[in-house]
Design a protein around this ligand. Sequence first.
Ligand SMILES: Nc1nc2c(c(=O)[nH]1)N[C@H]1C(S)=C(S)[C@@H](COP(=O)(O)O)O[C@H]1N2
Ligand SMILES: [Mo]
Length: 435
Amino acid sequence: MSDNVDKKGIHQLYNEDPVSADKLVFGRESYPNRRGFLKGAGLATMAAVLGGAIPFHRNMPAGMVPVAFADGLDDIVISGKDGLTILNDRPLNAETPPHLLDDAITPTDRHFIRNNGIPPSNVSPENWTLTIDGFVDKPLSLTIEDLKSQFEVVEQALVIECGGNGRAFFEPKAKGNQWTYGAVGCANWKGVRLADVLKAAGVKKEAIYTAHFSADKHLSGKEGKLPISRGMPIEKALGPENVIAFEMNGEVLHPMNGAPLRLVVPGWPGSCSQKWLTQITLRDQVHDGPKMTGTAYRVPNRPVSPGEKVDKKSFDIIETMPVKSLITYPATNTKLKGASTQVRGHAWSGDRTITKVEISIDFGATWVDASLKEAVNPAAWQNFSADISFPQSGYYEVWAKATDDQGISQPFAIAWNPKGYLNNTLHRIALNVEV
Ligand SMILES: Nc1nc2c(c(=O)[nH]1)N[C@H]1C(S)=C(S)[C@@H](COP(=O)(O)O)O[C@H]1N2
Ligand SMILES: [Mo]
């Protein structure tokens, strides 16, 4: 399949070539016979997007655009999600507007979705197995029940942020999902520590890197072609913060957030947190799966000028994520009555802690310290709030700037990079104040 087709959404595909659209969406081989349809890996996304399973799917005429898709992306409602902005429907990618991320712990219905391929449909948690192999003393094959019974179960609030969050603000434009602010969330994840499971398998001294595998399919539908398989250095993998999760906010995982089993690797690019997790292989070299090589989740290791073509050899793998903050109240463009308001939000910084969040209402000329809470546990984000007064009516921008325990603050402007990663410029919202 051409790259061009890869990037098209369901609407475009149905408009231009309904027969192959059906094949792609439903994984159906022959037309108009829908045998094999249920095996189609697109059905999970279809059901999630349409808001439920499709009981009469076998009767749907081939090439028929579901009427729920008739008017464009804005009409799509993702079952179990609330108010997300849909950036792409194939694969499904959706982010959360900042004001909907106001909760200290991100509810499941407001946690963003980033899919590289086609999620598995009809997953069976009872029969799900996770294989641990490669450079281990004793390969393991574990059901979710095995994980629960053989390892300590932990629940932690953990930040997942896509490496491309903020890409929309790069100029010249970087290709990929045009995430603005909301490809980030901090949900409660329950599961077992990755470190405990790796230690149970016995980490051989040759093991230097993990490789993660999952049950989602490549957009082309080709067997054996993986949408994404990333990994991390063994030192990071053995950290106590990483979880193999089977629950999100007290319930089974949402189908689009990796049900029934996923990795959560907080502080590092979200792409390390493999969803629909089936296998972790320990390797004696840096993993080279899809989205590990080339320029994927990598940034230039030297300063580059905007738009510059950078040699592939000059890229480094993104590891810990940069210091960042998000104002979640008030919503941007609010018309505010009264001379003061509370401003609040969250701040986080990869594997580090936040020591300070400052707020400015005068375009950065002066700053006041917000009150900052400790994280509920390591690798959760930290909540801040400040009471802000405005001297007179008019247009204001409220800016937030976080500083971490290494003394590093968010920049006002960020150096451009070819794939538009790691945009951690300070968050600005607009307010119209009537005192
Ligand atoms: N199997 C699988 N895991 C995956 C992905 C994917 O496409 N397939 N996307 C990754 C990326 S790029 C991100 S940012 C996070 C997003 O997690 P979420 O969709 O639960 O928010 O999942 C990661 N894990
Ligand atoms: Mo991502």
